[in-house]
Every structure is written in C-alpha cells, then in structure tokens.
Design a binder for this molecule. Structure first.
Ligand SMILES: O=C[C@H](O)COP(=O)(O)O
Length: 221
C-alpha cells in the first residue's frame, strides 16, 4: 500500500517527503484553510506543494457547485502542474464533470465516498482515484472499516476500462492504516500527526532506551 500525506502544510510535506515514504499528497478546503492561506493564494500554494513532490499526484479540490464550474476549475487546477489531480466531492454534477475531465486526460480523485454504490459510480464516471472515508463513520458511531472493506471488494473485482486506485481517506490512527492495508486499499492518505504516530510503538521506545543504556556500558568499559 502506498502512502499519501493528507495535508496542505508545506513544512509537513517537506519533512514527510524527506523520509522517503510519501507517494502523493491530498488536500481539501479545510486543510487549506488551516494553513491560513487566502483564496488568492490557493493556486500558488498548490503549485508549491507540487514542487515539493515532483511527479507525485497532488489532489486539489474544486468547490464549484455546477458541472461546468467543476470542469472549469479542473482545467485551471490541472494547468498548475502535471501532477495535479482534481478532487471532486461526489454528486451528480461531479460525476458529469469527472466524465468530461477524464476524457480530456485530467485525473480526478472523487472524495466524500461512504458507500459501495458511490464508489462504483465514481469509478464508472472515470475517476482515477476513489476516496472512501473511514474516520467520519467512527465520528457517528458506525464502522468505517467495514465500509472500506466492501468498497475495496467491489472496486477491485471490476474492470472499469481505466486504472482506478482506492485511497483510504479520513485515516486518523495507526490502526486505521493497518485496516486500510488489510482491506486492500491501494493508498492510504494519512495526516502528518497520524503518520508520525505510526512510526512509534512503546516497545520500540523501551527497546531503544535499553540499547542506549547498554551502549553507554560498552563505551565506559
Ligand atoms: O479529505 C479527506 C480527508 O482524508 C478527510 O479526513 P478527516 O475526516 O479527518 O477530515
């Protein structure tokens, strides 16, 4: 399974890319808002992310409400850099926009996917990436992992006539990362904080402390 970083923070992207584990970046309006950036800075900011990870897919979301608006945004976003993927929240308008953008060779990441039918429709319309959410199910006391498993089974068993990768999204914990991998996700998009947590384990910390202690004995001997 590949890892995308779910952030619009340039410092986080720079650091995680330096670890050699990042295969792409996903952003959304909430993540961009967190950076404190203004609307006028949005496209420049996406360009800066693309420069930090050349050749790796970077999802940039359109907030248009009509298919025409999404297509227009999509073309403009795709012109920022070759590695931009246009992110569209699923709706009938977004399906139509995806159909048009895909025919023009512009990759779409269809987001806010919570069910198998939504995932199938996104892929049928031409989405290159389909993003089922996990954590937001947990927020309403439902099982996000169960839905993720079903989406993976439904998508991977069908030939859509183009490549479709599943991005496990709304991943909040190392446990979600494990479940996404076991469900068969092609990619998990993980916030920086959760990615850092996934590196750690209390037994790793304890083992390292012991190694350091014993090494001091060797040094003193
Ligand atoms: O846009 C996709 C994000 O993965 C959503 O994550 P979140 O539910 O933690 O906001």
């Amino acid at each position: 399974m590949k890892f995308f970083l779910d952030t619009a923070d340039l410092g986080e992207i720079r650091e995680a890319v330096s670890w050699g584990v990042i295969d792409g970046v996903t952003t959304n309006p909430s993540l961009f808002a967190k950076t404190g950036g203004k609307l006028a800075d949005f496209e420049r900011h996406i360009g800066a992310i693309c420069e930090l990870c050349p050749g790796l897919p970077v999802s940039a979301e359109s907030c248009a409400e009509t298919a025409e608006g999404m297509v227009e945004d999509g073309r403009r976003l795709a012109a920022i850099a070759d590695n931009v993927v246009v992110k569209l929240p699923i709706s009938t308008e977004a399906l139509a926009a995806t159909h048009t953008l895909a025919q023009e060779g512009i990759a779409v990441n269809m987001t806010l996917i919570f069910t198998v039918p939504q995932a199938l429709l996104a892929a049928r319309a031409g989405a290159r990436y389909v993003s089922p959410f996990v954590g937001r199910f947990d927020d309403i006391a439902e099982d996000g992992v169960e839905q993720l498993v079903q989406v993976c089974e439904a998508i991977h068993g069908f030939d859509f006539g183009h490549e479709v990768e599943i991005i496990g999204a709304s991943i909040r914990t190392p446990h979600h990362v494990t479940e996404a991998a076991l469900a068969g996700c092609d990619i998990a998009t993980v916030p920086f904080k959760a990615l850092k947590k996934a590196v750690r384990h209390p037994l790793t910390d304890r083992g390292l402390a012991l190694f350091m202690e014993d090494w001091k004995k060797v040094e003193q001997a």
